[in-house]
Design a protein. Structure first.
Length: 352
């Protein structure tokens, strides 16, 4: 199997991972008025196809050396079970992330959901660290928590601005009342983000159990088992979310079949991008110790996708376009707090 052996390769993998994990959700935005539940069917299929292609092409390269098939034979059953479990947890967390994104947009959904996951994950990492600075780590956690609160406040104020604008338009033309659907409140996005963040905070730790021990899975084996589990369990999660929809009316399989080729292709592309991001991240971590970046940089690269996604929502999709000055200041403050929190937490966890 192909694994990184040089520092430059590790850096390239890290950058690809960051960009893919921070950009895959653009495919849902590009799909237009396409329910995230239907999108996820194709997303899970894209995960499976790309994971299988990577395993059988890259993971089977150099057959005179260890291949991913050999690794599956040698790996323990417990590690395989952890990889399969990670796919189930991933489905729940990602669907909740997409639900928050559908309600509030990409520039709110990712910072809010992944911000909650980051706060929980940082505390988890500190508890498991043998050497870490409690003061710095706590400072980083507080900055990250402040960022989550600020983006939630910015979204609430933005909704209030939109409601005021809608009321002003209604007073000018009462006929608009029947044409306007009441948008979901900020509380819905916050609750979904908290639950989704809890699920996504556990996902990397579950996957770590599958790959870290001495008889653990290789990146290609882990990503394939994860994708198989996600693909097989996705219909059950999608059925739940379409039966009890976050927004709109209940859906059905007929609605999924009614999608056009572009929408189905974008779902597949989203799954391929996400899988590429996770696989390159796992490959980066599997490189020789001397090729690895400093712990501070690794921490930031592994957790910076929420900043990339927020930048897409703000700059490309202009989700806060037309917002008031105080809302724009809060959004800018959110990005600063996240960057500061990532840096301080990374210093704390890497302290000797």
């Amino acid at each position: 199997m192909l694994l990184p052996t040089t520092a430059s390769t590790v850096w390239i993998l890290a950058i690809v991972s960051l960009l893919c994990l921070g950009s895959w959700a653009n495919t849902l935005k590009l799909a237009g008025k396409w329910r995230f539940e239907y999108f996820y069917y194709d997303f899970a299929l894209g995960m499976l196809l790309s994971a299988a292609a990577a395993a059988f092409v890259l993971g089977s390269a150099r057959p005179n050396e260890l291949t991913f098939q050999d690794n599956l034979v040698l790996a323990g059953y417990r590690q395989m079970a952890w990889a399969l479990a990670s796919g189930v947890v991933l489905n729940l967390g990602t669907l909740l992330l997409l639900a928050v994104m559908t309600v509030s947009g990409m520039s709110v959904g990712f910072p809010l959901t992944l911000g909650v996951a980051l706060v929980i994950g940082t505390v988890w990492d500190f508890a498991a660290a043998s050497q870490a600075s409690g003061v710095l780590t706590l400072g980083g956690v507080l900055l990250l928590l402040a960022a989550v609160i600020v983006i939630a406040l910015a979204y609430s104020w933005r909704l209030a601005e939109q409601q005021q604008a809608a009321q002003a338009a209604l007073q000018a033309d009462p006929r608009l009342k029947s044409k306007r659907a009441k948008p979901p409140g900020a509380a819905l996005a916050i609750v979904l983000a908290i639950v989704g963040g809890i699920a996504l905070s556990t996902f990397p730790h579950i996957l770590f159990q599958a790959t870290s021990p001495e008889n653990g899975l290789s990146p290609y084996s882990a990503i394939l088992l994860l994708a198989v589990s996600a693909f097989l369990s996705a219909p059950f999660f999608v059925l739940f979310f379409t039966t009890f929809p976050v927004v709109g009316a209940a859906g059905s399989l007929r609605g999924y079949l009614g999608g056009n080729k572009k929408q189905h292709f974008l779902g597949l592309l989203g799954g391929i991008l996400w899988t590429t991001g996770l696989l390159t991240g796992l490959l980066m971590a599997s490189g020789p110790r001397e090729t690895q970046a400093a712990a501070l940089i690794q921490y930031a690269l592994h957790r910076g996708e929420l900043v990339v996604a927020a930048a897409w929502g703000l700059l490309a999709w202009r989700e806060f376009g037309g917002a008031g000055v105080r809302v724009r200041m809060l959004v800018a403050g959110t990005l600063v707090l996240f960057l500061a929190g990532l840096g301080v937490a990374a210093f704390g966890l890497s302290a000797k």
